[in-house]
Design a protein around this ligand. Structure first.
Ligand SMILES: Nc1nc2c(c(=O)[nH]1)N[C@H]1C(S)=C(S)[C@@H](COP(=O)(O)OP(=O)(O)OC[C@H]3O[C@@H](n4cnc5c(=O)[nH]c(N)nc54)[C@H](O)[C@@H]3O)O[C@H]1N2
Ligand SMILES: Nc1nc2c(c(=O)[nH]1)N[C@H]1C(S)=C(S)[C@@H](COP(=O)(O)OP(=O)(O)OC[C@H]3O[C@@H](n4cnc5c(=O)[nH]c(N)nc54)[C@H](O)[C@@H]3O)O[C@H]1N2
Ligand SMILES: [Mo]
Length: 764
């Protein structure tokens, strides 16, 4: 390959890279005002210790057939591509003809890599659709509770996909009240790419225009605090109580916008009865919330008054709903914003996920992007995404989801490409057991992740550095040529080529490939997109010109968008798509479901994550949030991620007083125990962490090489987190919070071997 610097894109930004004698050199894009430090992980893409270099088949499966042996603990046998492809094709054919396409689980949730063509899930889904379909998964780990709840309350997903923009807020918002913050670590990222990181700059402009920020979070660094800001440490999983009390103050002091509530909302009276204790005998006043939230009543009252006297944006991070009864804080925040009556005003109302990604609040393009079509999936079966282990362990059993009684399908074959369930799912011990159930597991991965280690057939695939693609995110104003920089590592192939080979063996080659190669597809996707893009925005450049130029600026982004403006101005002419056409503070639909874990209006249900905080066997609440130094588990072995580790383990932050009470010093290895499992981590003392709270990022690769020492010796918090849904309404993931105890660990020092496949194999 040439060693000139070529353009590329990642979920955390544009860069150019070149292969130098001492490794890959990565340079952030010159036009990015705030490039991400995560680019420092990219050279590790080519690290052969972590890469899968050949196709492999698990010994037990190869010798004794589907289902045999111990998935995850068995050794792998290197095979030729032809052999591996023959085995996979035969097995797919056997499962589909014997059990039907429903028996193939192809949900394959995960972020994969940037790039419109080599998007691993699209590749897999198109391939499986050519074969007659697959059982899919619905919604996300990011905001599964929101995706189910929002249509009931506001009639759609506008808060997630078309929120009021930063441009509007930086001009108009006087007070940002940020539940869960606007974490700078998170707005580095946007799915599909982010050519310009604009959020930090937008916050600066808002501040210059006089905006003030109130951070409500157990962690002080969920916002880059300035002297005028206020940090209100809150007990994890208690925000709903706080929001209810804020509503109560607004009601009690008649600061609520009665007119807005009357004209735009359904159920205010019943909700007010609940706030005042008329329905359950408990007044949700500031004193009540103070005990639950760990905030004094005067602070709550003062905050409510301040919110009522300012143009206020109340935003909840997605993390709030990734916990037990995760529907409640989001719903309560909408009720709170409705009480304030600023929904639909520029810079007022509620937001959900500002800062959760770099795209949230960036201007959206009013047209689609080039797409690799997935085709039609005739299989109707699906699961809410986080019910994967339940599905595998309980085939045929019924469960509730969003008002429907559903049955888990009987999975015989799992096919995963572009995700890492042994990163993203909860209770990984249970997931290992669940992955032991089906007859066959096929995984495409560049790296020896725990998911690859739980496969029977492992196909080594390329990273973006080793292929050509088109890069563009949905809130992005640039489309870039992602040019191949390096030769495929080992024997790895593009996902597309693996599926092309399989489709030939299965008789659907033409349907899957349309007889096009990589560049042929890029040209087709680009030209199809150009043809349907509205005239005024259509780029002049044809594909060869675009490819030569390397970059297009996309036009038309809706920088001045205000969410629900039309509805606010005229709710009769522009009703919401809810049964009442209004914001449903009370939902009769949800009422009819009769779920005690998701009542018909926002309610305090006392999540186990916060009940009895500071006492009992698991006195601490561990915040297992998204990582600062990587994207999920991706490139955990990269330089930037590796530099954060403590004695090679994932850092866990504790308040100095909580550490002192446990004789834990900075840099100690600690044992973290939950009801579910135990793991090792490396202690960091930090008073940015509230009392009785600890924090560890997700994404340390699951290292189960020394089960006599701990379930994970590296620090993947998903070994600890219980595998329960938010509620029967959404069945969303609850991985954000888990109750733990932490102690200094002076025992056997099992090394972390997970990033080096040779070291791992020796350990087995
Ligand atoms: N406890 C806890 N758990 C959580 C969360 C939490 O807050 N707390 N957050 C959750 C959230 S919001 C999310 S979105 C999930 C994220 O979960 P995932 O999206 O599953 O995590 P990633 O590490 O991004 O996994 C992507 C995988 O795809 C691989 N990959 C990259 N490019 C390619 C490619 O081109 N082809 C193929 N075949 N593979 C590729 C990568 O190597 C990586 O292993 O985690 C969830 N898990
Ligand atoms: N660097 C980086 N950025 C990322 C990602 C990544 O892996 N790395 N992942 C991306 C993805 S897929 C997603 S979905 C988003 C996730 O976006 P979020 O879900 O918003 O992100 P998290 O970091 O999990 O949580 C944000 C903060 O919420 C706070 N928090 C947790 N529980 C509570 C609570 O009960 N109450 C209050 N008030 N605060 C609480 C925590 O202190 C935490 O730091 O991030 C995206 N951005
Ligand atoms: Mo996510």
């Amino acid at each position: 390959m040439p060693n000139e610097a070529l353009g590329n894109s990642s979920h955390w930004g544009l860069f150019t890279a070149s292969v130098e004698s001492d490794g890959l050199r990565v340079i952030p894009d010159a036009d990015d005002p705030d490039p991400s430090a995560l680019l420092g992980n990219i050279p590790a893409s080519l690290d052969t210790r972590a890469r899968i270099l050949h196709p492999y088949v698990r010994r037990g499966w190869l010798n004794d057939g589907p289902g045999a042996g111990a998935r995850g603990d068995d050794e792998f046998v290197e095979v030729t591509w032809d052999h591996a492809l023959d085995l996979a094709a035969r097995e797919l054919e056997r499962v589909r003809s014997t059990f039907g396409n429903t028996a193939i689980f192809g949900g394959s949730y995960g972020w994969a890599s940037a790039g419109r063509f080599h998007h691993a899930q699209s590749q897999l889904h198109r391939f499986l659709n050519c074969l007659g379909g697959y059982t899919r998964s619905r919604h996300t780990y990011s905001h599964g509770a929101s995706e189910t709840l929002l249509p009931h309350v506001v009639g759609g997903l506008e808060p997630l996909y078309e929120p009021t923009t930063w441009q509007v807020m930086s001009e108009h918002t006087e007070l940002f009240v940020c539940f869960g913050g606007i974490p700078a670590k998170n707005f580095q990222i946007n799915a599909g790419g982010v050519s310009k990181h604009i959020v930090r700059g937008a916050i600066d402009v808002a501040r210059d225009n006089g905006a003030e920020f109130v951070l409500i979070s157990p962690l002080a660094d969920d916002l880059e605090l300035q002297p005028r800001d206020q940090w209100i440490p809150v007990n994890p999983a208690s925000d709903t109580a706080l929001m209810l009390a804020l509503c109560w103050v607004l009601l009690d002091e008649k600061l609520w916008d009665k007119e807005f509530l009357d004209d735009h909302c359904a159920g205010t009276e019943r909700f007010a009865d609940y706030l005042c204790g008329r329905s359950d005998g408990v007044v949700k006043d500031a004193r009540w919330a103070a005990q639950i939230c760990g905030i004094d009543a005067a602070t709550i009252t003062a905050l409510a008054r301040r919110m009522a006297s300012s143009r206020t944006m109340a935003t909840t991070s997605w993390s709030l709903q990734r916990a037990s009864f995760g529907e409640q804080p989001l719903w309560a925040s909408i009720a709170l914003a409705a009480f304030l009556g600023q929904i639909g005003l520029p810079g007022g109302g509620f937001g959900h996920g500002y800062g959760s990604t770099g795209g949230m609040g960036a201007a959206k393009l009013p047209y689609d992007l080039p797409t690799f079509r997935q085709g039609y999936n005739p299989v109707r079966e699906f699961i809410p995404v986080a019910r994967i282990a339940d599905m595998l362990l309980h085939p045929g059993e019924s469960y509730e989801f969003n008002g429907t009684t559903m049955n888990y399908p009987d999975t015989r074959l799992i096919y995963w490409a572009g995700g890492n369930p042994f990163h993203h799912h909860q209770d990984l011990g249970r997931l290992r057991h669940a992955f032991g159930q089906p007859e066959t597991v096929i995984v495409h991965e560049p790296f020896w992740t725990a998911t690859a280690r739980h496969a029977d057939i492992v196909f080594p695939v390329t990273t973006t550095l080793e292929r050509n693609d088109i890069g563009c995110g949905r809130f992005d104003e640039a489309m870039v040529a992602m040019r191949q920089i390096a030769s495929p590592v080992g024997e790895s192939m593009n996902d597309y080529d693996v599926f092309s080979h399989l489709s030939k063996r299965l008789g659907v080659h033409e349907e899957f490939t349309e007889n096009l190669d990589e560049l042929g597809w890029l040209e087709k996707m680009y030209e199809q997109w150009r043809a349907v893009t509205p005239d005024q925005y259509r780029p002049r450049e044809d594909f060869p010109q675009f490819w030569e130029k390397g970059r297009l600026d996309l036009r038309g982004a809706m920088a001045g968008h205000v969410m629900y403006q039309d509805f606010r101005n005229d709710p009769i002419a522009h009703p919401l798509a809810t049964p009442s056409g209004l914001i449903e503070i009370v939902s009769d639909t949800i009422d009819d479901f009769g779920y005690d874990d998701c009542p018909p209006h926002p309610a305090w249900l006392s999540p186990p994550e916060v009940a009895g905080l500071g006492s009992g066997r698991y006195p601490l609440c561990l915040v297992a949030n998204n990582p600062k130094t990587r994207l999920h588990s991706q490139l955990d072995h990269g330089a930037y991620s590796a530099a954060s580790k403590v004695q090679g383990r994932e850092p866990i932050r504790l308040h100095p007083d909580d550490a002192a009470a446990r004789s834990i010093n900075e840099g100690d290895v600690v044992l973290v125990r939950s009801e579910t499992a135990q793991m090792l981590a490396g202690a960091v003392l930090d008073d940015n962490v509230a009392r009785h709270v600890a924090q560890i990022s997700t994404g340390a690769w699951y290292d189960y090489s020394a089960p006599n020492v701990a379930d994970c010796v590296h620090g993947n918090p998903n070994v600890l987190a219980p595998d329960v849904g938010t509620s029967r309404l959404a069945e969303g993931s609850t991985g954000q919070l888990v109750r733990v105890q932490i102690e200094r660990y002076d025992g056997d020092r099992a090394p972390v071997v997970v990033h080096d496949h040779h070291a791992w194999s020796r350990q087995q």
